[in-house]
Design a protein around this ligand. Structure first.
Ligand SMILES: [Zn+2]
Length: 144
């Protein structure tokens, strides 16, 4: 499916495992994960040149509810991934990803600098296509 990412990584969820939620995507959602990987995850990983961890990719309805995701979240359709760099330099990674997208005229719906939660974690949310199929190119920060 991809040079750098396994489908498993885009489906696996610690939360789903803990809550015994079956987070298996259907065919359409797997196809969306493939498109997301081909257009964003692989080329961004290649450009960044160092490991990237996907903390959340596809989310079924019950998993999305359990993590407090928006009811229109692109994660529900397999069109979003939350990314953080293995080297821990999150600010640098997010700045790099935004510049990479601009320089290469990458089409996307949202890139969100997200942080929060009890663990104080920090990650980049990348989403392709909103519910209406638009690529709005929105960039913003969000504290949860
Ligand atoms: Zn996200």
């Amino acid at each position: 499916m991809s040079k750098y990412f396994h489908l498993k990584e885009l489906i696996h969820s610690h939360k789903a495992a803990t809550l015994r939620i079956d987070n298996t995507p259907d065919f359409a959602e797997v196809e969306h994960l493939r498109i997301l990987t081909e257009r964003i995850l692989d080329p961004l990983r290649q450009a960044w040149g160092s490991g990237i961890v996907v903390s959340s990719g596809y989310r079924c309805e019950s998993l999305n509810r359990a993590v407090g995701g928006s009811s229109t979240s692109a994660h529900l359709r397999g069109y979003a991934a939350d990314l953080s760099p293995v080297n821990g330099k999150v600010d640098e990674f997010i700045a790099f990803a935004l510049k990479w997208a601009r320089d290469n005229r990458i089409k996307f719906d949202q890139m969100i600098d997200e942080s929060g939660g009890r663990t104080g974690s920090h990650w980049l949310h990348v989403g392709l296509y909103n519910n209406a199929g638009q690529q709005r190119g929105q960039v913003f920060s969000l504290k949860k």
